[in-house]
Design a protein. Structure first.
Length: 239
């Protein structure tokens, strides 16, 4: 599974280590040392993956991923950071990072995360263009990476989109947090349940008329979450 990978890391030794591991697995690697250079490389050609350090000169990693997602660039983003607080990690996910590793990390684990990201990206890209998932007036188009509610387009981060796609494929099914985390894949375990909860909270703001009283994306207390057609009605205890 060869890919075009950009490594944005201002620590030269760390960048060289990541480059060697990636090239050992057959990937074509471009290394840059600042945020603006990462943006320039991401805008050129069609890179598959950006391995992105958060703390960099000229533009930090959070600004880079924010700009790339605003430009609707679909490359996968794996962020690397020495920041280990929950708020920092969740901010990266909310901005559109696909995965997040805290330093120090094992190069072997990093390669495993890269393989998982690339497999999922290529799996999603091969879906039938005509297959749109519908739950009531909510429509999810996996091939075009589009979501609409009542005909109005809704912008979702990659993580939000993966969760919504999984739930829209099986409406009424109750998903545990662990199952939803598997859709996100590979986030640090100690923030796992909080990560899922934040994505659900953000999705409710985007697809519900009254986010604090959800009618589509419901909590099943003690179990997890499910996506339903609000016109069919759902017992109040599940909301």
């Amino acid at each position: 599974m060869c890919a075009n990978v950009i490594v944005a890391e201002d620590d030269a030794k760390q960048a060289e280590l990541v480059r060697r591991y990636l090239e050992r697995e057959g990937h074509a690697v471009t290394v840059v040392a600042d945020g603006l250079s990462a943006l320039e490389q991401a805008r050129q050609g069609a890179p598959d993956l950006l391995v992105l350090d958060v703390m960099m000169p000229r533009a930090d990693g959070l600004d880079v991923v924010r700009i790339l997602r605003a430009e609707e660039r679909e490359l996968a983003v794996l962020m690397l950071t020495a920041r280990a607080t929950e708020d920092d990690l969740l901010l990266g996910l909310d901005l559109g990072a696909d995965d997040y590793m805290t330093k120090p990390y094992s190069p072997r684990e990093l390669m495993a995360r890269v393989r998982t990201l690339l497999r999922r990206t290529r799996r999603d890209g091969g879906r039938d263009d005509g297959h749109v998932l519908r739950v009531g007036t909510l429509a999810v188009d996996p091939a075009r990476h589009e979501v609409a509610v009542d005909g109005a387009e809704v912008d979702c981060t990659p993580g939000e989109f993966r969760l919504l796609s999984a739930m829209a494929a099986e409406p009424e099914r109750v998903f545990t947090r662990e199952q939803l985390l598997a859709e996100l894949h590979g986030f640090d375990r100690y923030i796992s349940s909080r990560t899922v909860d934040v994505h659900i909270m953000n999705l409710r703001k985007k697809i519900e008329r009254a986010p604090r009283r959800p009618a589509r994306l419901l909590t099943v207390f003690g179990v997890g979450y499910k996506l339903v057609d609000p016109l069919k009605g759902t017992p109040r205890a599940s909301r």
